[in-house]
Design a protein around this ligand. Sequence first.
Ligand SMILES: [Mg+2]
Length: 220
Amino acid sequence: MPRLIVFDVDSTLLRVETLDFLIERALGQADGEAADALHAITAQGMAGEMDFRKSLEARLSITTLSEALIAEAAQAIAGEATPGIKGVLDRLRAREHEVYAVSGGFMELIQPALEALGFAPGEIRANRFVVEGGQVAGFDRNNPLSRSGGKGPVVGSLKAQTGCDLAIIVGDGITDYEAFAGGGADAFIGFGGVTRREAVAAKAPAYADDVKALEKLLLG
Ligand SMILES: [Mg+2]
């Protein structure tokens, strides 16, 4: 029976947090204090201690981000797939499961990496930057993925669209767990193969510490 399997992107399909990757490149080596602030915001968000939209706003306010830098970062991110994950995706697709990527990150940063992992543009849901005069001026606030609790409804609509009876979400973060706890997905597999987040591991009904364990849970 084909299932809908939804993967988180940052620290799941990819071994980086893509927005932080971009901001770190924008900051360069010079600004250690700003980089520390960035990491503190991300950690709080991932642990569920900061509202997701607030965390997006706070990170985007750290420095100016140009379209050119985004394009350059996206190319670099294309080389940051989680080792071994492409094989798992290919084997899921070979069994005719519906495989999607749903991200709180930004399409402009993740699309080249996800295309290399075999995702068609229509199999990706992510945030989008609002750009003015070549610089990031914010993000599309109407996108449900730009707020806390947004992943659940997106997974729910993918389940309706694909006609699958069972939707599984795989991810490292609390927003992934919440998509399951809120009823958008029927099952959740926590993934600690890039970063183990204890707040998630404690709640997850199933948890994979590496890609091998994840494959076993998904494919038996
Ligand atoms: Mg993640």
